[in-house]
Design a protein around this ligand. Structure first.
Ligand SMILES: C[S@@+](CC[C@H](N)C(=O)[O-])C[C@H]1O[C@@H](n2cnc3c(N)ncnc32)[C@H](O)[C@@H]1O
Length: 486
């Protein structure tokens, strides 16, 4: 019999050929694959079940501790976990695919909304770790009906109220659409549309569109919706059926108003393979919607940019360059978070340079202290107008060869870029973080310049459904051919 002590009060327990996860509250047999993950990956993190068990214990005491979850770009969970541990006094953290869970005091809500690596935030209301789905549809629907009555909605509303002032509101506006009726008469159709708070400012509308704020004055009135998600096919009910039954029972219980489009409180009902989670959304729309107003074909999400920048361990005074900047998403995010570093962005295409400049201008036009101070240039990344050895960090999103460029061009472009960024980088200390979908090409290119760059870490992340590689390189002590010729 072997016992492995994990962080927290949990033990992995091997008895004969079976492995069990044991704590004061849980005893569960786990698969060998899960054991490997927990043993090697989560040694520093308490397994999710344990975090969730604590939620159940603690939630009634929501004055003191709540368990939050955040969706993060898949592949960057551990990077995001570090941001959370660094910026927030999280009691416990746990990660699983595309999510990070952590326990905090409710007075940390403001700080949580300032996290930059996460897309959406939610609070776990209840987690049933081993839920046995009834095979009878009727009975399972009955269970969905009963579920809301077992949950502490008064406590939920307290947190919801506290969260309201940090949540970037989406405003509802009435847009007027001109439409042709059957008789040929032009009618004005009115439709409530959800737009972000910034876009809802009157100046941001086309002159033809008349906008008016919808009747949303009474912020205290709860208008809710339930959004259900199913994982796998084990459940004999569909997501809409789960939504109707759970939502209907919740309305009966609380008398809240149901509003599927103009809601201000959203409850998630996640029907997992063996678990059920009920959570409260803390964000209206993803937090990655920031910085960029002038989009390109391949604009990178701000949360992905932040996670890439974080991998490079940027220090005050560092010169950070994105040589293929597109709309400037990486440099703008870098400037927002690492104010004491110098951020330079450049691109070969004039439209990209002008979009990048417009994005920076837009940020500077907003009232408030945050200003964008990036340098923007038009250049060719394989012949940079920079002295050798000036850059501390090079961070860029290379053309994938799909929407931009071609895989054939990449075979020449990638090694040429790696050589040129090696020339402008500081020997021995410079870091480069490169993102691309063309993994074969970048691996070939890195091996061609192995005397200049050493690959320290590579990981795969999900960008719009594509598995994309992120490569963290460190500059060696060797000069480039170009330096030697000079
Ligand atoms: C994948 S996009 C970058 C997208 C950017 N991260 C964003 O969020 O908008 C690649 C960019 O590389 C630029 N590019 C391609 N070849 C280049 C070269 N030789 N020098 C500089 N930029 C180049 C393209 O114009 C394009 O804007």
């Amino acid at each position: 019999m072997y016992i492995w002590q994990c962080n927290g009060n949990c033990k992995l327990w091997k008895s004969g050929l079976s492995i069990y996860l044991r704590s004061e509250t849980v005893s569960k047999q786990i698969t060998f694959a899960n054991f490997i993950v927990w043993y090697y990956v989560l040694q520093l993190n308490v397994p999710l079940d344990i975090v969730m068990e604590n939620v159940v214990n603690n939630f009634v005491d929501a004055e003191h501790t709540i368990t939050l979850g955040a969706t993060v770009p898949t592949g960057f969970e551990d990077v995001s976990c570090k941001e959370i541990q660094e910026k927030i006094t999280a009691l416990q953290t746990a990660t699983c695919q595309g999510r990070v869970y952590f326990q905090v005091a409710p007075n940390m809500l403001q700080k949580i909304h300032q996290l930059r690596s996460v897309d959406n935030l939610f609070m776990v209301i209840k987690f049933y770790s081993s839920y046995e789905y009834n095979c009878s549809k009727e009975k399972l629907l009955e269970e969905m009906n009963d579920m809301p009555s077992k949950l502490p909605w008064k406590e939920v509303v307290k947190i919801w109220n506290k969260n309201q002032k940090y949540c970037k509101k989406k405003k509802y506006v009435k847009k007027f659409f001109a439409s042709q009726s059957r008789g040929g008469k032009v009618q004005e159709l009115e439709q409530s549309v959800l737009v972000s708070a910034e876009a809802a400012e009157p100046g941001n509308f086309e002159p033809k569109q008349k906008a008016a704020k919808c009747l949303q004055n009474d912020e205290d009135e709860i208008r809710f919706r339930v959004t259900a998600n199913r994982v796998g096919k084990k459940q004999c009910i569909t997501s809409p059926e789960a939504e109707w039954h759970f939502g209907g029972a919740l309305q009966d219980l609380t008398q809240w108003k149901v509003d599927l489009s103009n809601y201000n409180l959203e409850v998630f009902l996640t029907l997992g393979i063996e678990s059920v989670m009920i959570s409260l959304s803390l964000t209206q729309g993803s937090l990655h919607h920031r910085n960029i107003t002038h989009f390109g074909k391949t604009t990178l999400r701000s949360t992905i940019c932040y996670n890439m920048l974080r991998l490079c361990d940027i220090q005050p005074g560092d010169i950070v360059i994105d040589p293929l900047c597109g709309t400037g998403s990486i440099s703008i995010e870098g400037d927002a978070e690492w104010k004491e570093a110098f951020h330079i962005a450049g691109d070969i295409a004039h439209p990209a340079v002008s979009r990048c400049a417009n994005n920076a201008k837009m940020i500077n036009s907003k009232v408030g202290p945050s200003k964008c101070n990036i340098g923007i240039l038009k250049w060719d990344a394989i012949d940079l107008p920079l002295r050798s050895g000036v850059a501390d960090v090079i961070i860029t999103d290379l053309p994938f060869g799909k929407r931009m460029g071609s895989k054939k061009d990449n075979r020449i472009l990638y090694p040429a870029i790696l050589k040129e960024i090696a020339r402008v980088s500081k020997l021995r200390t410079a870091r480069a973080c490169l993102l691309t979908h063309d993994k074969r090409c970048i691996i070939n290119a890195i091996s061609q310049v192995s005397s200049l760059w050493k690959c320290q870490r590579s990981m795969f992340i999900n960008v719009g459904g594509l598995s994309v590689g992120v490569y963290l390189l460190k500059r060696t002590l060797n000069f480039t051919e170009h330096d030697i010729v000079k």
